[in-house]
Write a protein that binds this ligand. Sequence first.
Ligand code: PNS
Length: 168
Amino acid sequence: MSGAAAALRGNRIAVYPGSFDPVTRGHEDLIRRSLAFVDRVVVAVAVNAAKQPLFTVEERLALLGEAVRGPGIEVQSFEGLLVNFARQVGAAVIVRGLRAVSDFEYEFQMALMNRHLDPKLETVFLVPAFDLTYLSSSLVREVARFGGDVSQLVHPAVHRALKAKFGT
Ligand code: PNS
């Protein structure tokens, strides 16, 4: 191993960006999987990504803090370009989840645009656990809005927050 590579051991950082409106068991799964190949994951809540979010940024950060706390995991919000935020936190890798073919086009476009903006930043796609592949924040919001049971799909703190939001 080169000196530079050795120096980097212990300090490999990934950024895992998204709206997290709200965080689901699928996101939690990917965050844990990321820690198999990096030392720190910075979960990055995009401030302007969703136009009409259900949860405020502060609420999303608090729910993430409850759902994914642990060694090597940090939660932050960011505004503006993801590549700038990644540079700021020293990340060499962007982690994104790929659930189905339908995700691919958008993710591919985003990965190439981010590479155009910062060629040194690599995007790594992770596949969630099979039983979580159908899960998305938007489906969770919709089911919870109409009183459906999402208790298996989100952390208990998120479940409580959804019930409080919708009065269900
Ligand atoms: O969970 P989402 O909503 O699919 O996440 C999308 C997100 C937040 C990763 C994306 O919109 C993003 O990176 N926004 C920050 C602004 C930016 O850098 N845009 C160019 C990306 S190609």
